[in-house]
Design a protein around this ligand. Structure first.
Ligand code: ADP
Ligand code: ZN
Length: 737
């Protein structure tokens, strides 16, 4: 690749390299390497694209790079001083791009997340002991310094050394003059201290110890393996995978732990700290850019040992990754449904494969995909069948709402209210779970029947009474709650239909005016910080009744929680999504699993109009295995994932007729195939979002079909999307919305 660099008209004709830029273009662009600049594949550079300067990733050379006319080449502007993105990560970018049918530059953008400045962190001055220059006669103070540095011959800061040796800094200054220390510049300390794997750890139960041994072994082998920890809520999955993390750290490797929700990380970080005496570095979208940059660089330099983060942490350029853990692996939050449509759980398995390292997937309610992989032997599996210690699983019951209707205007059946009342009388806590933000999902005028709809989306506006707003949950459109109906003008006749969490608060306060009631919802003012405080307060017993959306469902450990009420168990079952049963089962299992984590008798009460539904039956009987068996059987019969392949093409545009016409022309261009069917176009379930009309083609193939190649052929055979038209590809769609 390195040629001789002759100047021709001010342009070097020497080295030409491909550079991946973070733009939706099909491949890397070629650039000239200016004389004196040294770049290898993986280097991060700045390059001109049109009038702009963008960050870029020097890509692996292929044969096409030589074919570029050198006169037209523009030079790389700058090479940044940071470690190169390694070959595994470059293969990973390629892989994700090919799998998700996304231009590789857009995947690279997730790796080059750090904003423009890649300036190296300022170094800090330090003193390196030069032990061979020990003076013959030492003062007592100098002797103390020598005793210390003979045991710790690494570099010290001046003040740190003076403090540790118990001498004044002038003693150190004298030793510097005498040549005992050489001044050096060191990288600044890591954003988080290294975890200490030698600390005392909890005594593991027999099952736990066995599971931990399996994981330690996997980490020890230094090659790819995937292990599913399938353990009921509270069985100690976290304790167990901490042992795998310790094993990776003991080998000098880095570890990545993915968590589905920021709300979960606060308690997680604390637990990690209890076990390892230090926190992991955090990574999520809420971080300040400066901190982000720091963590990114220190991960790349290998100075951060453990990262706990949201799905995007998968694209951090680890220097020496030795383990990936996916906690709550079934969680939908791992799927990103914009720009690059990827599932971090699946891509993490790929990352582990490419990097030859072990991956651990943990869940109390594994995804069907992971269960099938474990059953087929593609994943190793460890089971933790019971809760740790005294804690028993809650006793689960359905409340048939046809037989136990709530009082007029209410949503809580007398049976549930009674159970809540008894819990708080005993000084315990109750949780009411409803997966609906706001006050009411629909508002209508009682006089003319007008319904409040979003002007940009095919969705109702949701009243948020605390903010006095009507909000669209899809585009963020908000308007003031009017006093009069905008259609007929009648005053004060607007009716809220159905419950949201805000409305439940009213009902609860009416029944339990003296109880301390807390509502938690992802749209609360105060954001993540406030949420952490509230969760902490609940865990400490500073609330009696908690009302919450799904962010209370997962992972939290509330020691005093003994009653969990599911206000509407049927919500998720009616949306026509083939994963509806799996989702509902997982969610209800997780949320009722918040109860009884420390040994009191505990209850999960599930309000439903269909107690005979297989999901409810499986929950109540505790017969998880039968549920999985049945669900896996249904997927298999229908050829749905993981027994078949599925992708969605979402065709959207500002004009409805034009969008539909374009969707039809793509359909018409789809080639015939023996193992792949195309369904649609049909209006997407949310047919209008943010003023864009949406149609959907579903691509359904056999398990072995190459659905990506097929989609590429459809897109290249069909007419190009022009004007406002756009096609998005979602391989392995998680929901069909
Ligand atoms: P899971 O991740 O399966 O929900 P956790 O790891 O959170 O389970 O464990 C549930 C609770 O039990 C936690 O409070 C944890 O500290 C405790 N626990 C689990 N295993 C042990 C153990 N071996 N010794 C002491 N406490 C444990
Ligand atoms: Zn909207």
């Amino acid at each position: 690749m390195v040629g001789d660099s002759k100047k021709s008209g001010g342009m070097t004709t020497g080295q030409v390299v491909p550079v991946l830029v973070p733009l939706p273009v099909p491949g890397p662009y070629s650039y000239a390497v200016p004389e004196g600049m040294d770049v290898t594949p993986g280097a991060i550079v700045q390059v001109p694209v049109g009038p702009r300067q963008v960050p870029g990733l020097v890509w692996d050379a292929d044969d096409t790079a030589g074919a570029v006319d050198p006169v037209k080449l523009r030079p790389i502007t700058q090479a940044f001083d940071c470690p190169p993105i390694d070959a595994t990560m470059r293969r990973f970018i390629d892989w994700v791009a090919a799998w998700t049918l996304t231009p590789p530059g857009l995947v690279a953008r997730m790796v080059l997340r750090v904003p423009a400045a890649f300036d190296p962190e300022p170094r800090v001055p330090a003193l390196q002991p030069m032990l061979e220059t020990k003076p013959e006669r030492l003062t007592p103070a100098r002797r103390r310094v020598f005793e210390l540095i003979e045991d710790n011959p690494g570099a010290w800061t001046k003040s740190g050394l003076a403090h540790a040796a118990g001498v004044s800094t002038s003693v150190i200054d004298g030793l510097v003059k005498a040549g005992t220390f050489k001044p050096v510049m060191l990288p600044p300390p890591a954003v988080v201290p290294d975890p200490d794997t030698g600390r005392k750890r909890p005594e593991l139960s027999g099952d736990q110890a066995e599971a931990a041994e399996t994981l330690r072994h996997a980490v020890g082998t230094d090659c790819y393996s995937a292990t599913l920890i399938d353990g009921v809520t509270g069985s100690g999955k976290t304790e167990v995978y901490f042992e795998a993390v310790a094993a990776a750290l003991d080998k000098g490797k880095q570890a990545l732990i993915l968590l589905p929700e920021i709300a979960l990380t606060a308690t997680f970080l604390e637990r990690f700290h209890d076990r390892f005496g230090a926190r992991p570095a955090e990574w999520h979208s809420d971080m300040a850019p400066k901190m982000r940059e720091k963590v990114w660089r220190q991960v790349a330099e290998g100075r951060v040992r453990v990262v706990a983060g949201a799905r995007s942490a998968l694209f951090l350029p680890f220097r020496d990754l030795g383990l990936i853990v996916i906690d709550e692996e079934h969680d939908q939050a791992y799927k990103q449904d914009e720009r690059v449509f990827y599932n971090a759980r699946d891509m993490a398995v790929v990352r582990a494969h490419l990097g030859d390292l072990p991956i651990v997937l943990a869940s109390a309610t594994p995804s069907i995909e992971s269960r099938v992989n474990a059953e087929a032997g593609r994943y190793g599996a460890v089971r933790l069948a019971s809760r740790f210690g005294e804690a028993a699983m809650p006793d689960l019951r359905t409340i048939d709402m046809r037989k136990h209707p709530p009082a007029r205007g209410g949503f809580l059946s007398p049976v549930l209210l009674e159970a809540v009342g008894r819990a708080i009388e005993r000084g315990e806590q109750a949780l009411l779970f409803l997966n609906r933000r706001g006050y009411a999902p629909l508002t209508l005028c009682r006089v003319c029947g007008h319904r409040f709809q979003c002007p940009n989306c095919s969705a109702w506006l949701v009243e948020h009474r605390f903010r006095q707003q009507m909000q669209c949950h899809h585009c963020g459109h908000a308007e003031k709650v009017p006093e009069a109906c905008p259609q007929c003008g009648t005053l004060d006749h607007l009716a809220a239909c159905g419950p949201g969490v805000e409305r439940l608060v009213e009902e609860v306060v009416q029944h339990f005016p003296d109880a301390r009631t807390v509502m938690l919802s992802s749209d609360m003012p105060g954001g993540a910080k406030r949420l952490r405080l509230e969760l902490d307060a609940i865990a400490k017993g500073e609330a009696d009744i908690v009302i919450g959306t799904q962010l209370v469902a997962k992972g939290h450990h509330f020691p005093k929680m003994t009653v969990v009420g599911v206000v509407d168990a049927d919500i998720g079952l009616t949306n026509g999504d083939p994963r509806a049963a799996e989702r509902t089962f997982q969610l209800l299992h997780q949320v009722t699993g918040r109860a009884g984590r420390t040994g009191e008798a505990s209850h999960g009460l599930i309000q439903t109009y269909q107690p005979e539904h297989p999901v409810m039956a499986a929950l109540v009987s505790g017969d998880r295995e039968r549920f999985y068996e049945r669900e896996i059987g249904e997927r298999q019969r229908a050829g749905l994932p993981p027994f078949g392949r599925l992708a969605a093409l979402i065709i959207s545009g500002e004009d409805k007729a034009e969008t539909e016409k374009y969707a039809r022309s793509l359909r018409a261009a789809a080639p015939r195939s023996d193992d792949i069917d195309v369904l649609g176009p049909a209006e997407a379930p949310l047919a209008l979002i943010r003023g864009r009309y949406r149609y959907r083609l579903l691509i359904h193939g056999d398990r072995k079909s190459d659905i990506q190649a097929y989609i590429r052929s459809v897109l290249s055979a069909g007419p190009k999307a022009r004007g406002s038209l756009r096609v998005q590809v979602d391989v392995d769609p998680q929901s069909f919305l």
